[in-house]
Design a protein around this ligand. Structure first.
Ligand code: ZN
Ligand code: ZN
Length: 729
């Protein structure tokens, strides 16, 4: 038998390892990731419409995980499709310093080395984390390339770039000048392990079963799960309409015996008290409880701190001062019991506590002097555009939860007591605590009281900078990019950061630019393990995308992540599925080998018009298939398209059409052979094009081999149009 005279590569099985880096380099060297180059080289028309996707900045503190793998896959797919449709397509990559997240990762590293951040001088710690971040970022960029991401590296941004920091500062200043940011003593959630405050989002609610205590407070019974906060309680609050306590009047003083001796308490009648809850009477601890803080603010009551920032009791606790609250609780109850002040203990009280989302420490509400953004005015503008459907949510139930969150929004604490982040450009008065934004470092005295000032040592919540990402990365306000590419077309990210990030980008984007930052939001679900469990290092079920791409090829990983993955729902990632798609890449390889070896002497003609009737039926079918998937691509239904292409290629094209071609090539007339040969190559070239966004490497490689004239790189070829067959007359 004579070996067919075809590209020798095809005689061996497809080898992703040999192919992928070489192909990526080819793409990168072509410059086509950059829309300006596409324009220069005539790949797109000068009047081409822009299509923009800003990559969610990857946290530069570790390796690419499965979730990133999904982001890169979906976004690259969108971008490659739009590029092939002739858009002036920009996918702008970026990295996030990821403030608290990165600091936590770094602290774990320090812990392993037997060090702690509290022993390291600020500047040194910052420098260490910066070095760590820069090292990680170069790894991550390599990994993003490994995923085949066709993003424009020439426009890459980092959240700590001077240009980004400048934009973030100007936004802060504008908020301050517009009276939308203030510094004030408000209740914040404090993590005693991490020694920083949070916003109301960095919180994990956890159900706990703990004892619940009913304590005698003078003539009343009060109930609490936290007796250790009760040292300073001197206001006893009840509803003015509660008949049980009609004999008491607002402002009345009563003497009573309390934990550390006699005290005088004041009666407060307040309509916000729930008469049905417990005995209808409560004492308040404004420093360590949100509800109590609100009552105290409204009624002008005194607030006293009971617990310090390390979770230890302050001198107000008398003999318990200096003890950690965890240890003190039992001892306090013991003392109260000895004094006959414990009425009863309910042992299994189920309630929800707020914990630090990173370390699980119970968050202590503390009054802190921090920077807050007034969110209501910003949220109103966002609600307006969302309710007008100017931003489309995929899937659409995210619209509803966004609206609900925006309608109930709270002021946003943007101060973090950590070193790693963008420093807040402000001065704080040492005397009155007044905060002043100071971009050029010129404020030397307090503008309120003329007191001395100090530099604010805090950094911004990392979401404050990433919340400005779409306009900051595009060089707002003057750059050409901003004019060309803003508002962006789509924001694709994880559903779990819909409030943290997506909603804040809408609010800040509208506030600064007056325009929405993106027209669509595509939210993907979590990537779970094969059993549907959340991946975690402690469970040992983490699937590393790079191990899978190494084993099965990036293409197999990509299409495995897409097929069956509807937006907004969790995806179970199984190795078997990825392995199956490796077979698919091989199948394409074998299909190509068969077609090229059976059509060796045929010169492929893209405009061939002598198809016989039988081929015309197949062309109609193919045409319908292409127009249906094109519609679905436009509707962002990639999970359906991936599956359809797979089935068309394998079950229809390979199993049926190619199989029957064998007979034609053996016994058909010259016209039949020619017609079939042209059809097979034509169909193969169309399959490679429509499959390219899903499996870019193997398709690009095969494209370089098949006999098509005037080939460009497949990544900039035009997406096939549904065609009308010409019937042979
Ligand atoms: Zn913590
Ligand atoms: Zn002052």
């Amino acid at each position: 038998m004579i070996e067919p005279n075809i590209d020798p590569k095809l005689l061996k099985p497809y080898d992703p390892k040999e192919t992928e880096d070489r192909i990526y380099k080819l793409w990168e060297d072509s410059g086509y990731f950059n829309p300006d180059v596409c324009l220069e080289k005539g790949i797109i028309n000068s009047d081409a419409e822009a299509f923009t996707l800003i990559m969610p900045p990857t946290n530069a503190n570790g390796s690419l995980h499965a979730g990133h793998g999904l982001v890169m896959t979906i976004e690259d797919l969108i971008v490659r499709y739009k590029r092939m449709r002739g858009f002036k397509t920009l996918w702008l990559p970026g990295l996030d310093h990821a403030g608290f997240e990165t600091q936590v990762v770094y602290e774990r590293k320090l812990e392993k080395e037997g060090r702690t951040r509290f022993d390291i001088e600020r500047n040194q710690l910052y420098q260490e984390i910066l070095d760590f971040t820069l090292l990680n970022s170069s790894n991550i960029k390599g990994q993003v390339r490994k995923m085949g991401a066709s993003c424009d590296w020439s426009r890459e941004k980092f959240t700590l770039d001077d240009s980004i920091v400048k934009t973030v500062y100007q936004t802060f200043k504008k908020l301050y000048d517009d009276d939308l940011v203030y510094r004030g003593n408000r209740i914040v959630s404090w993590c005693s392990k991490h020694q920083t405050s949070f916003s109301d989002l960095e919180i994990k609610d956890e159900e706990r079963i703990e004892p619940y205590y009913y304590l005698k407070y003078g003539p009343f019974t009060i109930s609490t799960s936290r007796p250790e906060t009760k040292f300073g309680d001197k206001y006893v609050v009840m509803h003015p309409k509660d008949e049980r306590y009609a004999e008491y009047i607002d402002g009345q003083k009563i003497d009573l015996e309390w934990i550390n001796g006699p005290i005088t308490a004041t009666i407060i009648k307040d309509e916000n008290i729930d008469m049905e809850f417990g005995t209808g009477v409560m004492t308040i601890t404004p420093w360590h409880d949100n509800v109590d803080f609100e009552i105290a603010e409204r009624r002008g009551l005194e607030k006293e701190q009971i617990i310090d920032e390390n979770g230890k009791l302050l001198p107000i606790a008398g003999e318990f001062a200096g003890q950690h609250i965890k240890k003190a609780r039992g001892l306090i109850i013991e003392k109260l019991q000895n004094k006959g002040l414990v009425e009863k203990v309910e042992e299994n009280y189920k309630h929800v506590v707020r914990t630090c989302y990173k370390c699980g420490t119970i968050l202590e509400p503390q009054i802190k002097n921090q920077w807050f953004i007034k969110m209501k005015p910003l949220a109103e503008k966002a609600l307006e555009v969302i309710n007008q459907n100017r931003i489309e949510y995929i899937p659409d139930h995210y619209k509803k939860i966004t609206v609900h969150w925006l309608e109930n929004i709270m002021d946003w604490n943007i101060s973090r007591q950590i070193v790693w982040g963008i420093p807040i450009p402000a001065k704080i008065c040492n005397d009155c605590g007044h905060g002043m934004v100071d971009l050029d470092n010129t404020i030397l005295k307090c503008k309120k009281c003329n007191g001395s000032v100090r530099v604010d040592q805090d950094t911004f919540d990392t979401w404050f900078s990433s919340g400005q990402w779409p306009f900051a990365t595009l060089g707002y306000p003057d750059s050409n990019d901003f004019k060309t590419f803003y508002p962006t077309d789509i924001m694709e990210t994880a559903g779990e950061i819909i409030f943290f990030w997506v909603s804040r980008m809408i609010m800040l984007g509208l506030y600064i630019t007056g325009e929405i930052p993106f027209k669509k939001v595509y939210l993907h679900g979590l990537v779970l393990d094969a059993k549907g469990q959340k991946m975690s290092k402690s469970k040992g079920n983490v699937i590393d995308p790079l191990t899978l791409t190494e084993k099965y090829g990036t293409d197999a990983f990509r299409i495995g992540m897409i097929v069956g993955n509807t937006p907004g729902t969790s995806l179970s990632l199984s190795e078997d599925k990825i392995r199956a798609y490796k077979n698919y890449a091989n199948k394409l390889w074998n299909i190509t080998r068969f077609i090229l070896s059976s059509t060796e002497n045929v010169i492929y003609n893209e405009n061939f018009n002598k198809y016989i009737e039988k081929e015309n039926v197949l062309i109609s079918e193919r045409s319908e298939f292409i127009s249906s998937i094109t519609k679905e691509m436009d509707d962002y239904k990639f999970y359906i398209v991936g599956e359809k292409i797979y089935h068309y290629t394998w079950s229809r094209f390979a199993d049926v059409i190619i199989e029957e071609s064998k007979e034609i090539f053996l016994n058909g007339t010259p016209e039949e052979k020619e017609s079939r040969a042209q059809f097979l190559i034509d169909t193969l070239s169309k399959i490679l094009k429509i499959l390219h966004p899903f499996m870019p490497f193997v398709t690009e490689e095969l494209w370089s081999i098949i006999p098509v004239d005037n080939k460009k790189l497949l990544m900039v070829e035009k997406w096939p149009k549904a065609e009308k067959p010409e019937v042979l007359s």
